[in-house]
Design a protein around this ligand. Structure first.
Ligand SMILES: [Mg+2]
Length: 122
């Protein structure tokens, strides 16, 4: 699904303002934000917990909950990056470039092998 276009820097500023208005910077250490992020990932997992492998990815009627929890994950990831001095969009670009080198199309197309698997590229 295409995303509604928003600038990542705008998202960072909006989340930072949200925290600033509530005087929550005092609680937003990288450690605390990481733990909160892990908790939110758990909330995403909880939606599909106990689903069978052939069940729909998102249970019927839980679509909004799914989207809300993914948004919580994104919010905390942006906040964690901001509070720990990471330019998240630059890091994303750098990391995807590394992944392109590790996983060239030739050798990995249609394969779920890890790059350092001895069978990789065969
Ligand atoms: Mg949540």
């Amino acid at each position: 699904m295409p995303f509604t276009s928003r600038d990542f820097e705008d998202l960072r500023k909006e989340v930072a303002q949200f925290a600033e208005e509530r005087d929550w910077n005092q609680f937003h250490s990288p450690r605390n934000l990481l733990l909160a992020l892990v908790g939110e990932v758990g909330e995403v997992a909880e939606i599909v917990r106990w689903q069978g492998d052939n069940d729909p990815a998102i249970p019927v009627g839980k679509e909004d909950d799914w989207a809300d929890e993914l948004a919580d994950v994104l919010t905390l990831l942006i906040r964690l990056a901001d509070r720990s001095g990471v330019d998240l969009t630059a890091a994303f670009t750098r990391k995807l470039a590394k992944a392109r080198v590790k996983y060239p199309v030739d050798g990995f197309k249609g394969s779920n092998r890890k790059y350092n698997d001895p069978q990789a590229g065969t």
